[in-house]
Design a protein around this ligand. Structure first.
Ligand code: ADP
Length: 354
C-alpha cells in the first residue's frame, strides 16, 4: 500500500455537505509522509463544522488503514469557502433554513431554537436566529439583547448575540403592543424579515415559529422552498398530541420535518444525582420512531436553564456541563441528518472551466 493509493481513497471521501468526493471539490490540500508521520490537510465548509471531529477521526482511520506503517497521523481541517446560495427569491442567502415549531406554547420551543442556533455557532457555523413568534417573542428575554430594529443602509441591521445574527418581532413592535396578526400582516412581516434584514451569508437560519398556527409556515413554504422543520415537545402524552398536530401542520404545507426534540425530559436532582421523570419518559423518542422521523435528542429539566433564560444569559448554558452536552448533541444530530440526506442525493458539481 502506498501514499498514492491512500491519496486516491481520500479523494473519493464524500463531503457530507453535498455528497461530492473531496477530489472533485478540490478539497484535499496536502498529503505528506514524513518518515513515519502523515500530515493531511483537507477542507470542509463551516456548514458541517459540528461534524469536524468525526471527519477528522474518519480520515485518520482511513490513513491508518491504508498506511499501516504510519506512527503518527495528523489531520488538519481548514475552512473550504463555499458560499451559501439564495434560499428562495427574497434575497436571503442561507444553506439551510430550519423552522422550530411546537403544537403549543411553553414547551421550550424558543429555548430549543436559541440553543440549537448557539450550538451550531459555537461549533463554527455561520448562524442567524429569527424570532418569528408573533404571539410571544421571547428571544429578547432569553438573550438579554434588547432594543429597536434600526436601518443599515437600505436594510435592517441584525442584532448580534455571541457572534450570531439575531432578529425578533420584539425588536419591531413595542413590547406593550399585543400582536394579534392574521394572514396578510403575518405574511408581510415574515417577508420583511427575510428580505430586508442584513443576514449576510449564512449556513443556517433558525426560525423560532409561533406555536400551533400554520399561517407563518404556509408563507415560509412559499417563499423558502427548501426550508425544513424541527418539532419540540415534552414527554407527556398531551404534549405529544400537540406535537403530532405540529408535524401534520408542517407536512400539510410540504415542509419536511427533519427532527423531533424532547424538552423537559427528566430532572436530575443536583443534590443526589437521582433522575426523576416528571413528565414521563421517552415519549417523544418513541413517537419519532413510530412516525419515521429523526429523534435529535432530549434536554433535561434544569433550574439553570430557567434561571439563565430569565436573566437573559442563555449562552451561559454552554458553560454548564449538566446542560451543554445535550444542546450540542441536538445540533450535531441535526447536521448529521441533513448531511446524510445530502449524501444520498449528491449535488452535481460544476467545476470551473480551466
Ligand atoms: P416556548 O417557546 O415553547 O413558549 P420557552 O422556550 O419560552 O417556551 O420556555 C418557557 C419557559 O420554560 C422559560 O422560562 C424557559 O427558561 C423554561 N425552560 C425551557 N426549557 C427548559 C428546561 N429544559 N429546563 C428548565 N426550564 C426550561
Amino acid at each position: 500500500m502506498s501514499l498514492e493509493t491512500f491519496e486516491q481513497v481520500l479523494g473519493k471521501f464524500l463531503d457530507p455537505e453535498n455528497g461530492v468526493p473531496l477530489a472533485a471539490g478540490r478539497q484535499v490540500h496536502e498529503v505528506r509522509l514524513d518518515g513515519t508521520a502523515v500530515k493531511i490537510r483537507v477542507a470542509f465548509s463551516s456548514y458541517v463544522a459540528p461534524l469536524y471531529p468525526e471527519l477528522r477521526d474518519q480520515i485518520s482511520e482511513l490513513a491508518r488503514t491504508y498506511l499501516p506503517g504510519a506512527q503518527r497521523v495528523d489531520v488538519e481541517i481548514i475552512e473550504h469557502p463555499r458560499p451559501a446560495i439564495p434560499a428562495g427569491q427574497l434575497g436571503l442567502t442561507a444553506k439551510s433554513v430550519i423552522l422550530v415549531g411546537s403544537g403549543k406554547g411553553g414547551v421550550g420551543k424558543s429555548t430549543v431554537a436559541l440553543s440549537v442556533a448557539l450550538a451550531l455557532k459555537k461549533a463554527g457555523c455561520k448562524v442567524g436566529l429569527l424570532d418569528a413568534d408573533v404571539y410571544g417573542p421571547s428571544v429578547p428575554q432569553l438573550t438579554g439583547v434588547r432594543g429597536q430594529a434600526a436601518k443599515a443602509g437600505d436594510k435592517i441591521a441584525a442584532f448580534d448575540y455571541d457572534g450570531m445574527k439575531l432578529m425578533s418581532i420584539g425588536y419591531m413592535v413595542p413590547a406593550d403592543k399585543a400582536v394579534i396578526w392574521r394572514g396578510p400582516m403575518l405574511h408581510s412581516a415574515v417577508t420583511t424579515f427575510l428580505r430586508d434584514v442584513e443576514w449576510g451569508n449564512l449556513d443556517f437560519l433558525i426560525i423560532d415559529m409561533p406555536p400551533g398556527t400554520g399561517d407563518i409556515a404556509l408563507t415560509l413554504s412559499q417563499v423558502i422552498p427548501g426550508a425544513s422543520a424541527v418539532v419540540v415537545c415534552t414527554p407527556q402524552e398531551v404534549a405529544l398530541i400537540d406535537a403530532v398536530k405540529a408535524v401534520a401542520m408542517f407536512q400539510q404545507v410540504k415542509i419536511p420535518v427533519v427532527g423531533v426534540v424532547e424538552n423537559m425530559s427528566s430532572f436530575i436532582c443536583p443534590d443526589t444525582g437521582k433522575r426523576y421523570d416528571i413528565f414521563g419518559k421517552g415519549g417523544a423518542r418513541q413517537y419519532a420512531e413510530e412516525a419515521g422521523l429523526p429523534f435529535l435528542g432530549e434536554i433535561p429539566i434544569n433550574i439553570g436553564i430557567r434561571e439563565r433564560g430569565d436573566a437573559g444569559e442563555s449562552a451561559a448554558n454552554f458553560s454548564d456541563p449538566t446542560v451543554a452536552p445535550f444542546l450540542e448533541k441536538i445540533a450535531y444530530q441535526l447536521v448529521r441528518y441533513l448531511s446524510q440526506k445530502a449524501v444520498q442525493s449528491p449535488v452535481k458539481l460544476q467545476l470551473p472551466v480551466l
